[in-house]
Write a protein that binds this ligand. Structure first.
Ligand code: FMN
Length: 345
């Protein structure tokens, strides 16, 4: 059924298809019978899937990665597909339009996407207002970033603004310094810049009655030296965890012809081609830290087996994005069923 729908959707521009399908779902969800049918069909509840990470109770370890529901518009609808958690954002302090379109491209031969969205979002105030007061029945991560116009020297202020605005509305924070689509952002992965951002956030966090877990999302293109720096920093600034990884700027080993790749231009590549790279990074961090830092694995997860590979590499939780586009909403249940089967072996 989804294969047919996907064939239709793939005739549209990728970003239009995303908005079209999410709006249709949003309106369909207003009909109680449809809502109940979706919740029942895609249900992933099983006691063996319950997991506590960062002291938070996840009903299952399969989440939706940042960038899918940037503005926190579709959390209830996404929850009905069985996700154990949803990460909203990237949210920036001020609303911004992002890069000019087209900025999202499919590479079906590679089961991949290329995007250069550029943190298009409604801004932290509007997004916090949307989240405030909603019934809390799923774990929500707040992925935060800096505005394009903010100088890197002042980036820490943008992270502080987003943290303050979203504090009451999310369960954990992800500091995103790894998107390739905001000029200069990835330079913030350098140790001194990260120290400044995290020292400030941890300072404010420490003053709260219930501080929030602070995680860092990293790129798959980091060198071993950079990864070692991040591991060192993680203990220095008491990171609660890492999200590994974001999209890659590499275009190595693709099946799609070089001319098409060139015509698409700059952006982050996600899906199947990033799978192995991301898994290796999860494994490296897990080994170097003796498993002391919880990792959310993100990159190229399509099946239950892919998820198991990430857990074997040392992940505590996984997130999907590109796989969800290619496999459809049944994917979460398929992964969860596989995890339940494996746990009983
Ligand atoms: C269209 C698109 C937009 C994205 N936007 C964000 C974002 O705003 N913030 C972020 O941290 N990651 C963003 N990502 C990265 C994903 O969250 C994920 O880390 C990455 O795509 C790798 O996972 P995947 O191979 O399952 O897609 C985006 C990915 C895509 C495809």
């Amino acid at each position: 059924m989804y294969t047919l729908l996907r064939d239709i959707l793939f005739n549209f521009d990728a970003e239009d298809a995303h908005h079209l399908s999410m709006s249709a779902l949003h309106y369909a969800f207003k009909i109680d019978l449809i809502k109940k049918t979706l919740v029942k069909s895609f249900n992933c509840n099983d006691a063996t899937l319950l997991k506590t990470v960062f002291d938070l109770p996840f009903k299952n370890p399969v989440g939706l990665g940042a960038g899918f529901d940037k503005n926190a518009r579709y959390i209830n609808e996404l929850e009905s597909f069985g996700f154990g958690f949803v990460e909203i954002g990237t949210v920036t302090p001020k609303p911004q339009a992002g890069n000019s379109r087209p900025r999202l491209f499919r590479l079906p031969k590679d089961k991949a996407l290329v995007n250069r969205m550029g943190f298009n979002n409604d801004g932290s105030k509007a997004i916090a207002a949307r989240l405030r007061g909603r019934k809390r029945n799923i774990i929500i991560g707040g992925n935060i970033g800096k505005n394009k116009a903010t100088d890197n020297n002042d980036a820490w202020k943008d992270y502080e603004t987003c943290y303050n605005e979203l504090f009451d509305c999310v369960d954990y924070f992800v500091i995103n310094v790894s998107s390739p689509n905001t000029p200069g952002l990835r330079e913030l992965q350098e140790k001194n810049s990260l120290q400044r951002i995290f020292a400030n956030l941890q300072n404010i966090n420490a003053g709260k009655i219930n501080p929030k877990p602070l995680l860092l999302k990293i790129a798959p293109d980091l060198t071993v030296g950079q990864l070692d720096d991040i591991i060192e920093l993680a203990s220095e600034v008491q990171l609660s965890g890492l999200v590994a990884t974001n999209t890659t700027i590499s275009r190595e080993g693709l099946q799609t012809d070089a001319k098409t790749i060139e015509s698409i231009g700059a952006g982050g590549l996600s899906g199947e081609p990033v799978k192995e790279k991301s898994t290796k990074i999860v494994q490296y961090i897990h080994q170097q830290t003796n498993g002391t830092i919880p990792i959310i694995a993100s990159g190229g997860i399509f099946t239950g087996r892919d998820a198991i590979d990430k857990f074997k590499a040392g992940a505590s939780l996984v997130q999907v994005w590109t796989g969800f586009v290619y496999e459809g909403p049944g994917m979460i249940q398929n992964i969860c069923k596989h995890l339940v089967q494996q746990s009983s072996k």
